[in-house]
Design a protein around this ligand. Structure first.
Ligand SMILES: Cc1ncc(COP(=O)(O)O)c(C=O)c1O
Length: 412
């Protein structure tokens, strides 16, 4: 070993050395001179669809602000009032000093929104999955889940120590095969998502929920990316496909259409309330600040009457999907299925180049790469907002065309 090698080698037992490959990938990417796509700062946020990034007025096409609620005047007023009346934080768990009037009102708003008997608010959507899944399914139980499930779902499974049985993405037959193999009498939970966030595709919930029920499984659906937008009342894909009454637990988040932070589970199960005492990620953490639950409750109540916004968001999604396809980009879905339109990049380097070319023109999208993406894909994920105007969508398409040609991703 040379002196230099000795100097730079990781000390024996360095627990961070397992990340060396990731460090190397990042360094190679940055060495190409590209702006760090995972370190962007929003210097000022002007509206749900615009921010100042690197001193430039930028259209935001990579937020989860689907319904554009973050600057809704009623939502802002509710947050300000709660901050003034109840202070900046609860400094306690929901089961001790951390349940305020606002937390109850937020759970009431969720019950109304979904027409369900029970609602439980968590500090994030991640914690809602972690808590509900790990508490429902423990050692000896089986969880049958789509292989492309969100990290918070996998982490919930791991925490509960149930047997995890993944099946191929959106494959109804594969799901049924797995269910058939589970020993008679074992506890079974099927976990599905309404919209899968990487490609923006929708699950065949109608068929999958029916099969799960035939096999005696309980069903949990994560509607993080569909709440507020999909379904007649914005309840999600389970509502849209007519199976919401057969779903035992719906998980959601406030960090997308609701426009703030927090997570929840709603259910009609008569014993659901016991979760408040036995679910560790609910019990052993501080509750959401009063201003957050006040903004969430106001936003959820307004989303119940969001039919016009939903219709406009569909228009935006359809136009962007069709426009990108016409330009020659390869997309994650053949047809627009949600507010997410994923553009498939040839590799990480060219994906980062395209991402930067868009940013320099004043357009922000999400760069997504493995392990978050399926099949090792690099994606430019576009998520539309009900507040994007039709003109903004045209501008977005022009910027895609220019950047795509400049980077050689589409023919010039
Ligand atoms: C499907 C899904 N579930 C849960 C979450 C976690 O939500 P939160 O941001 O509230 O932690 C996300 C976040 O991206 C998600 O995509």
């Amino acid at each position: 070993m040379t002196d230099t090698a000795t100097a730079t080698a990781a000390p024996k037992g360095d627990l961070l050395s397992k990340f060396d490959d990731t460090i190397q990938t990042r360094e190679t990417l940055l060495a190409s001179g590209v702006t760090d796509p995972f370190n962007l700062v929003m210097e000022k946020v002007l509206s749900p669809t615009r921010a100042i990034c690197n001193g430039r007025d930028t259209i935001l096409l990579g937020t989860y602000n689907y319904m554009g609620m973050t600057f809704d005047p009623d939502v802002i007023d509710a947050g300000k009032q709660a901050l003034a009346d109840f202070g900046s934080g609860t400094t306690g768990s929901r089961v001790l000093n951390g349940t305020y009037q606002g937390h109850k009102e937020c759970e009431d708003a969720l019950r109304e929104f979904y027409g369900m008997d029970h609602a439980m608010v968590f500090s994030t959507g991640y914690q809602a999955n972690l808590g509900i899944i790990s508490t429902l399914a423990g050692k000896g139980d089986y969880i049958v889940l789509d292989i492309d499930s969100h990290a918070s779902i996998y982490d919930g499974c791991k925490m509960g120590d149930a047997e995890i049985v993944p099946f191929r993405h959106n494959d109804i037959e594969a799901m049924e095969k797995r269910l058939k193999r589970i020993p008679e009498g074992a506890g079974k939970l099927v976990i599905l998502e309404g919209v899968y966030s990487m490609l923006g595709d929708v699950a065949p919930l109608k068929e999958m929920v029916a099969i799960a029920k035939q096999h005696g499984a309980m069903v949990l659906v994560d509607e993080a990316h569909s709440m507020g937008f999909i379904g007649e009342n914005g309840r999600g894909v389970a509502e849209e496909q007519g199976v919401i009454d057969d779903v035992d637990f719906i998980i959601g988040t406030f960090s997308k259409s609701v426009g703030t932070v927090g997570g929840f589970c709603v259910s009609n199960h008569p014993k659901f309330d016991i979760m408040r005492l036995v679910c560790r990620p609910y019990v052993f953490t501080a509750s959401l600040p009063p201003s957050v639950v006040a903004t969430a409750a106001t936003s959820i109540n307004k989303l119940r009457h969001g039919a016009n916004k939903r219709a406009h968001l569909w228009e935006n999604s359809k136009r962007l999907h069709a426009g990108l396809k016409e330009l020659g980009f390869e997309l994650g879905t053949d047809t627009p299925q949600s507010a997410i339109v994923a553009v498939i990049m040839p590799d990480l380097e060219r994906g980062a180049m395209m991402w930067e070319a868009l940013l320099k023109q004043g357009l922000y999208v999400n760069l997504a790469r493995p392990p978050a993406t399926p099949a090792n894909m690099t994606l430019l994920r576009c998520s539309l907002c009900a507040e994007h105007s039709a003109e903004e969508v045209e501008t977005i398409l022009e910027r895609f065309e220019r950047a795509g040609k400049a980077t050689g991703i589409i023919a010039g």
